[in-house]
Design a protein around this ligand. Structure first.
Ligand SMILES: Nc1ncnc2c1ncn2[C@@H]1O[C@H](COP(=O)(O)OP(=O)(O)OP(=O)(O)O)[C@@H](O)[C@H]1O
Ligand SMILES: [Mg+2]
Length: 449
């Protein structure tokens, strides 16, 4: 595909399906339901498309003086609407079901990855930002996936089925619609490009707002104790002002294109009506046929412009997917297989261990041996690396060089979960989790009681 305009058009249009592709591993277990929802989308629109055909036929029947057929056609129209309504239930409930399943499974994977990440990962992230990925971003993608099943796929079917039906009635009208489609979709894409960067900024700002709020709640004693409320309030106000401005920017872009779209649809429809009607009548189409063609045509212009809008919405969702992927597809703590591992107690030994952080050497060539039963005190001024040394035993971080062994076995050969279950630390910062004091004291031990 050398032609860049075609590429420019096709890549974002196909990108509309990226959230669907992303969701597949999380909803695969419900293949049957997914197929059912897709079939529902196909049927619900197909039955509606027969309505203009019945209307056209009844007009032709009237013209030929067969008034009694009217009742038959009106019953058929009622039947078509009834089928569509019944199927819509399956479509809407099924889409909700699938998207909620997606979100639930994704949340489970998200927390699994979050608690499996290297400690270094958290140092390059802010908690507010991670929080918004695990909540707002997942919800945004869930919403888009629901819309994909309930609206996007049915709309694509509708346009396909409509084009085929329209071609039967009036090839000229179907040609006009085929020509108008890229124009309408392009318009949606133009707006999507303008919105993409703003959406990314909005997500970041939202994350920062959450973070400042969280810091203020957790650290309120410190902040109020040193009378620094004003500074925090100003910091939060600045972010919320930014959030406000960014949302208004999106509002402006949307406002402009949301008006431009219906206007374009209306211009295309009225031009098509005039030209198509004229040509079809000259070519001798029946009045009933013309009524069907015009009605099908006007039934399809809005769905086509909706496709363009879905491209716009997908931008938001794809930005969110990228942020979720940054958590669930980046490297976790690697672990050796813990199956059948037998942990040996014995001396702890550091041999020429060097550890650096952010370009600074914190531990340099540290060697010592602690025998079982030894009490060892490590002294040093603040920031000299005492906690870092303990962190290395837990493998929160890995040394740059040197060896750490327990009973002669290098600790990176011991499965992390087994290592951490056998080494106890009392950290200098306390962290109470939700629950009672008893539950906090017994945390992690419940199963062994
Ligand atoms: N997450 C981190 N990123 C970068 N540098 C860090 C990080 N954590 C600690 N350091 C640096 O590593 C050095 C050692 O810190 P460490 O916490 O091990 O010291 P410590 O001896 O336990 O100090 P304290 O007596 O205050 O507990 C310090 O200079 C600190 O700035
Ligand atoms: Mg310390």
């Amino acid at each position: 595909m050398r032609n860049t305009p075609i590429k420019k058009f096709l890549i974002p249009v196909l990108g509309v399906f990226e959230p669907l592709t992303f969701s597949m591993p999380f909803i695969r277990e419900k293949k049957g339901l997914i197929s059912l929802v897709i079939i529902a989308g196909l049927v619900s629109n197909l039955s509606l498309l027969f309505v203009p055909i019945f209307i056209g036929d009844s007009v032709s029947a009237l013209q030929q003086g067969h008034a009694r057929y009217i009742i038959r056609y009106s019953l058929l129209i009622l039947l078509a609407y009834s089928i569509s309504a019944a199927v819509s239930f399956a479509l809407n409930y099924g889409s909700q079901y699938i998207s909620q399943l997606y979100a639930m499974n994704l949340r489970k994977v998200f927390i699994l990855h979050l608690l499996g990440k290297r400690f270094l990962f958290f140092e390059s992230q802010t908690s507010g930002d991670l929080l918004s990925r695990g909540t707002m971003d997942i919800e945004a993608t869930r919403n888009f996936i629901m819309n994909t099943f309930s609206s996007l796929i049915p709309t694509i079917f509708l346009i396909g089925e409509g084009l085929v039906l329209l071609y039967q009635v009036s090839p000229f009208y179907s040609l006009l619609l085929a020509l108008a489609t890229p124009v309408l979709v392009m318009l949606g894409m133009r707006s999507s490009r303008k919105q993409r960067t703003v959406w990314r900024m909005i997500r970041k700002t939202y994350g920062r707002m959450g973070e400042i709020l969280q810091e203020n709640i957790v650290g309120q004693r410190v902040i109020r104790g040193i009378d620094a409320e004003g500074k925090e309030i100003a910091k939060y106000s600045m972010e919320t002002q930014r959030y406000y401005d960014e949302n208004l920017t999106v509002g402006r872009i949307r406002g402009l294109y949301n008006n431009l779209m219906p206007l374009t649809v209306a211009s295309i429809s009225s031009a098509a009506l005039a030209v198509g009607g004229y040509i079809d009548l000259i070519r001798g189409i029946s009045v009933g046929g013309l009524v069907s063609a015009v009605t099908i045509f006007s039934m399809l212009t809005n769905p086509v412009s909706f496709l363009g809008r879905m491209v716009v919405f997908s931008e938001n969702s794809r930005a969110a997917i990228q942020r979720i992927k940054d958590v669930i597809s980046t490297e976790n703590e690697e672990d050796v297989n813990s199956g059948g591992f037998n942990f040996q107690k014995g001396p702890l030994e550091f041999s020429r261990v060097t550890f650096s952080r952010g370009g600074r050497t914190i531990l340099s060539n540290v060697s010592f041996r602690a025998e079982p039963g030894d009490f060892i005190g490590i002294t040093g001024k603040t920031g000299s690396g005492k906690s870092s040394l303990v962190n290395l035993i837990m493998r929160y971080y890995d040394p740059d060089s040197g060896k750490i062994t327990i009973a002669g076995k290098e600790i990176h050969e011991i499965p992390i979960s087994i290592l951490r279950r056998n080494v106890a630390i009392v950290p200098q910062e306390i962290n109470l989790l939700s629950g009672t004091i008893k539950e906090n004291i017994l945390f992690g031990l419940e199963s062994s009681l």
